[in-house]
Design a protein around this ligand. Structure first.
Ligand code: PGA
Length: 252
């Protein structure tokens, strides 16, 4: 079902747990189809339950990450990998240390690099050398950002070094002890990088995401709502819970 379009499939789950399970199964099915595929991962509060389910599935022998290559969407800049708020730390803590993935095939933008521009160019080149991303998981920010592509006057292109907006810094504030510790920059796949993935899986939960999802799906395609560009992608699956779907349920 995609409100008359065939490129966007929307699944409204009962609750967060069901959203997490459905999204985990979609990714696991894709990994079964392409055991040596290239998969894009995301951080944030939303995917934690999905990652728990993937770990359970791995332990039950239902999926193997042994030949998977992973690319993460983004990372704060600058940040040390050992910082428990880095996305490097998050991914290992929430998924990669608990599944059979080969750590030499994990790719996360390096928040410790000395030259962020060179790091972005090298990251984009690594994605290209891997043959591009088969399935990219993304969350969505309250302001419509995907990865750390913030509302702007133009869509970003390749992986780039960006300044975070006040809205995102505020949303991230809860994870840091002091406001001054919240990083103000990030390295992120660009909109073109994300749009180049063969398939995109977007997950969101909670009533607070319902308004932005309505804008993303039914509003204008504009860099002021970066995720609205997904309307132009050929294969998007959106898995959300009922509260997040509150404003769109009647329109799909
Ligand atoms: P969240 O973040 O999962 O913590 O809501 C999503 C995002 O900002 O992309």
């Amino acid at each position: 079902m995609g409100f008359g379009l065939t490129n966007i499939k929307i699944i409204i789950a009962e609750d967060y747990d069901q959203m997490s399970a459905k999204a985990a199964h979609i990714m696991a099915d894709e990994i079964s189809l392409r055991p040596d595929g290239v998969f894009g991962f995301a951080t944030g509060g939303t995917p934690v339950g999905m990652y728990k389910e993937l770990i359970r599935m791995r332990q039950a022998g239902e999926v193997s990450f042994a030949k998977v290559t992973a690319f993460n969407l983004d990372e704060y800049y600058p940040i040390e990998k050992a910082n428990d708020q880095s996305y490097d730390y998050f991914m290992k803590d929430n998924l990669f240390n608990h599944v059979d993935i080969d750590h030499s095939r994990l790719n996360i933008p390096n928040g410790e690099c000395s030259d962020p521009v060179a790091e972005c160019i090298s990251y984009e080149a690594k994605i290209a050398a891997a043959g591009g991303i088969d399935l990219q998981l993304i969350g969505i920010g309250l302001n419509g950002h995907i990865g750390f592509n913030e509302p702007a006057d133009h869509f970003t292109n390749a992986t780039n070094h960006i300044e975070l907006t006040e809205s995102t810094i505020r949303a991230n504030r809860r994870f840091f002890v002091h406001e001054k510790d919240v990083p103000r920059h990030a390295l992120t796949m660009g909109i073109r990088t994300i749009m180049s993935a063969q398939k995109i899986l977007l997950i969101a939960n909670g009533e607070k995401k319902s308004g932005i999802l309505e804008q993303v799906l039914f509003g204008d395609i504009t860099p002021k709502v970066p995720a609205s560009v997904l309307q132009l992608h050929h294969n998007v699956t959106i898995v959300i819970d009922k509260p997040a779907g509150a404003k769109i349920a009647a329109r799909i």
